[in-house]
Design a protein around this ligand. Structure first.
Ligand code: SF4
Length: 234
């Protein structure tokens, strides 16, 4: 099964433990207001890639990523779960660990099969009420939490990420809700708050797509620290 790949980042220290290569898969069913990668939303105009070609490329980095691994990100990688499953089998044979970085809004039999095989997940919990989640992403908090349940039942180590946007989800109540949401899950090792940034403005301009948060300020370091205190405090 061939896949649509937007790009590959050789080395990252932000997308899972250790030094990792990150594969940005093309295609996403959501339209988050703060999306940094609108250029990954569609699969059109991209060549198809064979799993063996991608794995061959990734294997060149084995000396650097053998303790980290490979993270499939996007876009939404689970739209191409079958392709990633094939890649995962081949990467495991080479001794590399595999993570997926997902919004948890795609679930079907191919995703279930992939989850039986991956080593870890990075899961975005984008908003903490169903209403906010739907309004600002087009997706569903319930789907994300159902997905979280799948990770929990399989014992898949998980890191949670939550982008904080001034005026949308930056009050203490939001973070208290996030804390309550993640509390029951034993597989969650780490939860990170990521500050809203506008480094993506040029990408939107190039695509001719309106950045709906163009007038929203970036989250300050000071506010981030205050919210981290809410999240990590007793
Ligand atoms: S799920 Fe990720 S790639 Fe898709 S729109 Fe949201 S932030 Fe962008």
């Amino acid at each position: 099964m061939e896949g649509y790949i937007h790009s590959v980042q050789s080395f990252s220290t932000l997308d899972g433990p250790g030094i990792r290569s990150v594969v940005f898969m093309a295609g996403c069913p959501l339209r988050c207001v703060y999306c940094h990668n609108p250029d990954t939303w569609t699969m059109t105009n991209l060549p198809k890639t064979e799993p063996s070609d991608l794995v061959g490329r990734l294997c060149r980095f084995i000396p650097y990523i053998k303790r980290g691994g490979v993270t499939f990100s996007g876009g939404e990688p689970l739209l191409q779960a079958e392709f990633i499953s094939e890649c995962t089998d081949a990467l495991h044979e080479k001794g590399l660990k595999v993570a997926v970085d997902t919004c948890g809004n795609v679930y079907n039999s191919q995703v279930a099969k992939l989850l039986d095989n991956i080593d870890m997940a990075l899961l975005d919990i984008k908003f903490t009420t169903e209403e906010d989640y739907r309004r600002h992403t087009g997706g569903s908090l319930k789907s994300t939490l159902d997905f979280m349940g799948e990770l929990e039942s399989r014992g898949i180590r998980t890191w949670i990420r939550h982008v904080v946007v001034p005026g949308l989800n930056d009050d203490a109540q939001d973070i208290e809700r996030l804390k309550r949401i993640i509390e029951p899950y034993k597989v969650i090792e780490k939860t990170e708050l990521l500050p809203f940034r506008k480094l993506c403005v040029e990408k939107y301009e190039k695509l001719g797509v309106k950045l709906r948060l163009a007038d929203t300020p970036e989250l300050t370091e000071e506010r981030l620290k205050e919210l981290e205190a809410v999240l990590y405090g007793d």
